[in-house]
Design a protein around this ligand. Structure first.
Ligand SMILES: [Zn+2]
Length: 344
């Protein structure tokens, strides 16, 4: 007789449900709160989406902390900013024994097995490397395991989905960056890039790529979302998309009302429900197959979450919601973390 299976995948006594589910979020924006606002995420915070106690409560065992370099940083400052953010994450793991830095899937599994939280890092914004492959390599050396080629700003070598001044494809140096990332084993992250850069990058890369926090353009026509053709290309490449939770990207109606979400006087009834997030996940699975879909919440980088999500403590709703839509335990595990883990 099978042991009872609890909602987050633990089984009582028997090896039926295997190990606990690993929930690996592909993208959280908590590091700049730690650096700029000096918040201590080892204690429960009154605001924002993520801290260690709320990660534990929500079953979020691992997350990529975004080393996000704002477009106000440029030559002479962008790389320093990236390093300051890495210092902040490093300080967190140095001073709290229950949070550990991970760079491989095996490390994530052993950290989670100890009941600790795994912190991973990904650079957001290719301008962080200030056009230097040595700086790229140094960021990899400090533990960053992906880099988005752009943020909302394009740069000298790659175009962005939201930068009309720089929306084209990769330059020759941009191709060199991808080749170096492939050689290092640093995941190329195509979230934020222009369609032309996406296409160029797919033609150059020899290894699986990710889109750490992007949703489906077929369901919500936003340039930050990926078309079905892009999702199919990612799947053919062996890559993974982390579906983004931001209502602006999930729902055209909400986006039409609230723009980029920086205006925060949301009427509750206008905010899409979590079912809308499940629609995007399900669509991505239909287009790409179950082995290519993950989650990239964008926690602490977005102003609002699908109802009734509040923060990381709301994450058990996702496993339960996917089960209610007929996903098996194995499918849910893949979406929550195993697909991203495969690429590490
Ligand atoms: Zn982003």
């Amino acid at each position: 007789m099978a042991a009872p299976i609890l909602s987050e995948g633990f089984t009582l006594g028997l090896p039926v449900g295997l190990a606990p589910r690993i929930f690996l979020d592909g993208h959280i924006d908590t590091a700049q709160r730690m650096l700029d606002d000096k918040v201590d995420i080892s204690a429960r915070l009154p605001d924002g989406h993520v801290d260690i106690p709320r990660m534990k409560e929500g079953g979020l065992s691992a997350a990529f902390f975004s080393i996000w370099v704002d477009n106000t940083y440029g030559p002479g400052t962008a790389y320093r900013r990236a390093n300051a953010l890495i210092d902040t994450v490093q300080r967190l793991v140095d001073t709290h024994s229950d949070v550990e830095l991970a760079i491989t899937a095996a490390e994530v599994r052993s950290i989670v097995g100890r009941g600790h939280t795994a912190a991973l890092m990904g650079v957001e914004g290719g301008h962080a490397i200030e056009n230097s492959l040595d700086k790229l390599e140094a960021l990899f050396g400090r533990g960053a395991r992906y880099m988005t080629l752009t943020w909302n700003n394009g740069n000298d070598w790659a175009g962005s989905s939201l930068d009309p001044q720089r929306s084209g494809g990769l330059t020759g140096f941009g191709r060199d960056v991808i080749q170096r990332m492939n050689a290092l084993g640093m995941l190329v992250d195509l979230s934020h890039t222009s369609d032309a850069t996406f296409q160029d990058a797919m033609a150059v890369t020899t290894r699986p790529v990710i889109a750490s926090h992007s949703s489906c353009r077929a369901l919500a026509s936003h340039p930050r979302n990926l078309t079905d053709a892009q999702l199919e290309a990612l799947a053919r490449n062996g890559g993974v998309v982390g579906v983004n939770f931001f209502p602006v990207f999930l729902d055209e109606h909400f986006c039409a009302q609230y723009g980029d979400g920086t205006v925060r006087n949301f009427v509750d009834a206008d905010i899409p429900g979590i079912d809308r997030l499940f629609d995007h996940i399900e669509h991505a699975v239909q287009v790409m197959g179950i082995d290519h879909v993950g989650l990239g919440s964008d926690f602490d980088g977005i102003s609002v979450l699908p109802r009734p999500m509040k923060d990381a403590t709301s994450l058990p709703l996702i496993g339960r919601g996917l089960e209610a839509r007929g996903f098996s335990d194995s499918d849910v595990r893949k979406i929550l973390g195993e697909n991203f883990l495969r690429l590490l």
